[in-house]
Design a protein around this ligand. Structure first.
Ligand code: 1HN
Length: 328
């Protein structure tokens, strides 16, 4: 036996020799793959996110509190980030960030632009607007307003009540691909003209109509741009209608979602690949909840009459462009 062979077998039997070896590796900026393989390539998908819910009855007073301690202009964006209970900000799911933003009457959230894509779902208030690259777009409840990458945008409120909306951004992606940054405009507002027909706004009435035309207990509508493409290359959105008393068929998609309840009441059962049992999240109008990737999900409308209308951000464009929308 050569000296090299003896040393090799000793190294595998003697724990302290193994530790010495691992320590010597760390000085080389190296580490064994074989002790970390199952973490790096797990035997089943392992989203870090957990099902998490944010009740509007809790979040709205917290937003009003924020509005009492910092101005919109001073804050740049006065937002409460929705932090997944299992991952630090800016992760609401592993791939999607969401936050709740408030602008008081007379305030301006100043003009800036960034690489990240944003879309907003308007929750309450009248008189709010977003100016996007010179187009001034009114924000009305249920509407979606898009802010494509690198377009100047500022927000204002010319009404008499607070305007509150849900922001959805592709921020998690840019934690891994660090090419997102912000550019501040020289003035608080970028010059803009009213643009009532802007393609950057998708009105709720169009979406609700598309859902109601599907005469089935569980209707789904995928938001799209006029050319049929997703709302961005990274994140997009869908809306769903669930009839009174109905529970949707449990389905398990590759995607992750951030749901927002436009109207109605009910609950969702969400079983992530990490848990043996499903978690029940109860929700009502204006609540928000996160659904991790690869989760088994059903939604139940608990109302006696009418239907629940759900809005959801999703990461469909990213996953689809990687060709992994369907499971193997
Ligand atoms: C942003 O620009 C807005 O324009 C909201 O309203 C949230 C979170 C991170 C980075 C930029 C907005 C944001 C953001």
């Amino acid at each position: 036996m050569t000296t090299t062979q003896v040393n090799q077998s000793n190294a595998y039997n003697d724990e302290s020799a193994l530790n010495d070896y691992f320590q010597s590796l760390s000085k080389m900026n190296a580490t064994p793959l074989w002790t970390a393989m199952d973490k790096i390539v797990p035997p089943y998908p392992k989203p870090r996110a957990a099902p998490t819910a944010w009740a509007y009855s809790v979040m709205r007073p917290a937003l009003m509190h924020a509005a009492s301690i910092v101005g919109a202009e001073e804050a740049e964006r006065r937002v409460l980030m929705l932090v997944n209970e299992a991952i630090a900000a800016p992760y609401t799911t592993d791939t999607i960030y969401a936050g709740l933003q408030i602008v008081l009457p007379g305030e301006t959230a100043p003009a800036h632009r960034h690489r990240a894509f944003a879309l907003r779902f308007i929750i309450e208030g009248t008189g709010g607007f977003t100016a996007i690259e010179g187009e001034r777009i009114d924000m009305r409840r249920g509407d979606v307003v898009l802010t494509p990458s690198w377009q100047w945008h500022d927000h204002g409120n010319e009404g008499s009540d607070p305007v509150i909306w849900l922001d959805g951004l592709d921020l998690p992606l840019w934690q891994h691909i660090p090419i997102n940054f912000v550019d501040q405009y020289t003035e608080p507002r970028y010059p803009s003209e009213p643009a009532p027909d802007s393609a950057a706004r998708i009105q709720w009435k169009i979406v609700a109509q598309a859902l109601d035309e599907q005469r089935i207990p569980h209707a789904i509508y995928q938001y799209h741009l006029p050319d049929g493409s997703h709302l961005s290359k990274t994140i997009s959105a869908q809306a769903e209608r669930v009839e009174a008393g109905h529970t949707t068929t449990t389905s398990c998609k590759v995607l992750s979602y951030i749901y927002h309840v436009y109207s109605g009441q009910g609950f969702s059962m969400i079983k992530t690949p990490n848990e043996a049992t499903a978690k029940r999240l109860d929700w009502t109008e204006k609540d928000t909840f996160a659904v991790p990737a690869w989760s088994e999900v059903s939604h139940t409308c608990t109302m006696d009459s009418g239907a629940v209308y759900l809005f959801a951000l999703n990461d469909r464009p990213m996953i689809e462009s990687l060709t992994f929308l369907n499971k193997p």
